[in-house]
Design a protein around this ligand. Structure first.
Ligand code: AHR
Length: 313
């Protein structure tokens, strides 16, 4: 799917194409593969683009190196999905000084000077966290458990990333209204199945009576499910541990349908077409918004089937 850290050069015969350097943060999850594919599908030669795609393997220094590479080869646009929010001021200023528009996708950057980027396309991760909390409120009411003591563990994504910060904050804001919700532990599984499994194993060892697992992406959820299976802990619709997940990739929706995941809060990876539209506007000299938020849904066993046919990732 990707080139390595070395940056590909746009050949001379591509002069009439719009050269776009994309720094993708990694390939850590099924969601990420869908996100990358959506960019590749939108920025094709037929659509007038020469795409240079770089995989940073979840390392900020690789992203900074890639962006510097794009600047030195004078690409027309830089598009990047930042692995974490902090630490981008210097390299973004270099891009601004070189007069290369920067389009930020998926996660956000935390910079004082908003003129350092042209626009951002992504998801409302804090709202995603709140949706998880609100679903849990309704679910506990429905199960007649609203006033029971409820023990929660949270598998967080990459610490300092927008998806982790937003989902943690959003869920905690709802949890604060409930004195009987106890967050026993919040630990990062770095958005990968392997780490999700390892951390879940450890949390199961440390806490006997977990009622709720909030897992900030589907890959970690799948790892955590494996851990619970191996530990002989029941989960999902009829089990001891209620499972709340995020992303809603196809494989996870299958598990929602089976009742293994109780609810999946969607994070929409289909952002490529937005990038194309924004670049086309900029090419025509038209103004663009400072941010674009993509639409998202919530999936449970009740509604999941009607969405599965159209889900391509
Ligand atoms: O930033 C989006 C998050 O990153 C997705 O939830 C996760 O799967 C990915 O790794």
């Amino acid at each position: 799917l990707f080139r390595g850290v070395e940056i590909e050069q746009a050949p001379m015969e591509q002069e009439d194409l719009i050269v776009v350097g994309v720094s993708q943060l990694g390939s850590e999850s099924g969601w990420r593969s869908a996100h990358t594919l959506s960019i590749q599908d939108a920025l094709t030669k037929d659509a007038g683009y020469f795409l240079i795609l770089n995989n940073a393997r979840q390392m900020q220094e690789n992203q900074i190196k890639a962006i510097r590479g794009f600047i030195s080869q004078r690409v027309d646009y830089i598009v990047f999905a930042p692995v974490i929010e902090s630490g981008w001021e210097t390299v973004l200023r270099e891009a601004k000084d070189a007069e290369i528009p920067v389009i930020i996708i998926d996660r956000m950057v935390d910079v004082r000077d908003e003129s350092l980027y042209t626009t951002w396309i992504g998801t409302d991760t804090k709202e995603e966290g709140k949706k998880a909390g609100r679903w849990l409120e309704r679910y506990l009411r429905k199960m007649g458990r609203a006033s029971e003591e409820i023990n929660i563990v949270v598998l967080q994504g990459t610490l300092g990333s927008t998806a982790e910060l937003g989902r943690t904050k959003g869920f905690c804001e709802i949890a604060e209204y409930h004195d009987n919700w106890h967050i026993l532990e919040q630990r990062t599984g770095d958005f990968t199945a392997t780490r999700g499994k390892e951390v879940m194993w450890d949390m199961l060892r440390r806490h006997e009576d977990i009622d709720i697992l909030v897992s900030q992406n589907d890959d970690m959820t799948m790892g955590a499910i494996e851990a619970m299976q191996e530990a002989g802990i029941s989960f999902g619709e009829y089990g001891a541990v209620t499972v709340i997940s995020f992303d809603a990739i196809y494989d996870a929706l299958e598990l929602v349908k089976k009742g293994w995941i109780n609810v999946d809060i969607e994070c929409n990876p289909v952002q490529g077409a937005y990038i194309d539209k924004i670049i086309q506007r900029l090419e025509r000299g038209e103004p663009v918004e400072k941010s674009y938020v993509v639409e998202e849904n919530v999936f449970t066993k009740e509604n999941v089937e009607k969405f599965m046919d159209d889900r391509t990732y």
